[in-house]
Ligand binder design. Sequence first.
Ligand code: ATP
Length: 356
Amino acid sequence: MKRPIVELRDIHKNFDGEQALDDLSLDIAEGEFFSLLGPSGCGKTTLLRTIAGFEQPERGTLTLDGKPMEGVQANRRPTNMVFQSYAIFPHLDVARNVGFGLRRSRLSASEKSNAVEEALQMVGLGGFGKRAAHALSGGQRQRVALARALILKPRVLLLDEPMSALDRKLRETMQDELRRLQRQVGITFILVTHDQEEALIMSDRIAVMFDGRIAQVAAPGELYLRPASRRVAQFIGMMSFLPARLRGREIEVDGFGRTDVSERQAPGGLKDGPAEVGIRPEMMSLLSEPPSQGQRAASGRVSEVTYYGDMSYYAVMLDGTDRTVTVSMKNLPGGVTAERGEAVTVSWDPGSLMIF
Ligand code: ATP
């Protein structure tokens, strides 16, 4: 990892006796696009506000850019925050909004207006300075809020669910733009989101949080393919779980029978006895013909079909079990499909299952 710009060590924070951050340690590298991802109430915003200096932890240390932050006020930290609601001032024009943080700086008026124009250009709003802020669209408002944060040249930009108020199409556009902007300016971005897809699309690395603790820190691909626990696996992407029994390196899975597994498929290690296996929808497929000898497959009945344009998801209740697995299939011309209620065979790739 590159030099860490944010170092959190053993951070504890509680509100009225309730633990919001519990012994949390984390390093974030310079220039990273880093996301804090987790369900509502897991402590993401509290962690972001602790880095910003809006919350003081009861215990633990925070170092920013090599300097301890104890007793350092929010406005003296090398950070800046973009809020969920994009608090921009509707009665000021765009230039005044963007230049707001410079009002007490020693720059001359022309230096300030150059800095404003430069920040506006960075976010694709060059020449918008004279526009009234209240007349902007949601996407433009977001850009103004970003320009206002970037003009102060923070080393770390903190973003608290900045896209949650936008509709889906605009959110996708802004996700692209934010990613591009981060690459262009090279500043460390820390994004709080509860949207796993958003985190996977945008981040260099993601910290998954539950109950004030970090469950796993990894790059998106690793998080998806090698989740550290069942809870992470369930939170990131879709996964079906089946009861199983493990003996040595052989596992017997309800519906699918026996198969050999390896150590790397079991984040908690291979221990004899009852276990649970997890498998992603794309690691299974519906077969158009009965399984050939030696092919791993289970029979079942389709209980639900969900159409997603390029893909369809099939919920299949496995024969002789009370379990349903979700199988995804690409919708190709002449490809295999099935109707609700149809008897089907599901094959799987045993090498890709996870054991918890
Ligand atoms: P969300 O996605 O819903 O914003 P979050 O993961 O950002 O959730 P936090 O806002 O950090 O979670 O909250 C973590 C816990 O701390 C929650 O139980 C919350 O109720 C509590 N909490 C946060 N801020 C305060 C506060 N100012 N006073 C009391 N409790 C708080």
